[in-house]
Design a protein around this ligand. Structure first.
Ligand SMILES: CC(C)(COP(=O)(O)OP(=O)(O)OC[C@H]1O[C@@H](n2cnc3c(N)ncnc32)[C@H](O)[C@@H]1OP(=O)(O)O)[C@@H](O)C(=O)NCCC(=O)NCCS
Length: 149
């Protein structure tokens, strides 16, 4: 498996949505939403590939002094092999290069795996938003302070 992180391009969107829909179900982004994200110049979206094609993707909103992790997902067939870690490290470097002092994100409160991933990378829960993703689907707001911020 390639361990390279590369920029997401419009021709990746179909493969990305094929991962997105079963993973996020009712809160999944549409192809149109990904098109919209790629059209913005303050976004950094990446993908990783295996022999079958796109297997993981992630995105960052970069507005110094803050950056926001917009999404991160790995196809079930490729989990627990460090792909999310590789993408998250890449996004943190992008944020650092843009002099962002804090990285924010929202994550579903029932996404134990994702929360563990983020905590391992220095994110801390700073708030909870009740029913943010729909009835009974709470969000945790997490923050990672960079440098001396
Ligand atoms: C969360 C997700 C992105 C992790 O991807 P991944 O490539 O499997 O993650 P990694 O292999 O880099 O895991 C790094 C560490 O994160 C933690 N972690 C990841 N998945 C975990 C899980 N299911 N349960 C507990 N800890 C988990 C572990 O500490 C892991 O290290 P370890 O494997 O040495 O124990 C993936 O499970 C996923 O796509 N989930 C559904 C989408 C989602 O919830 N996205 C985040 C919200 S936007």
């Amino acid at each position: 498996m390639s361990i390279n992180v590369r920029p997401m391009r419009w021709w990746d969107i179909e493969s990305v949505v094929a991962i997105e829909e079963p993973v996020f179900e009712s809160t999944a982004w549409s192809a149109g939403q990904f098109w919209g994200e790629l059209a913005r110049d303050d976004r950094a979206y990446v993908v990783m590939d295996d022999d079958e094609g796109v297997v993981a993707y992630a995105g960052l909103l970069v507005r110094p002094p803050t950056a926001d992790v917009q999404t991160i997902a790995v196809a079930p067939r490729a989990r627990r092999r460090g792909l999310a870690t590789t993408m998250l490290r890449h996004l943190l470097k992008v944020a650092d290069a843009a002099d962002c002092r804090e990285i924010m994100l929202e994550v579903r409160a029932d996404s134990a795996g994702a929360i563990a991933l983020y905590e391992r990378h220095g994110f801390e829960v700073i708030a909870r938003r009740t029913s943010y993703y729909g009835p009974g689907l709470d969000a945790l707001i997490m923050r990672h302070k960079r440098g001396n911020a």
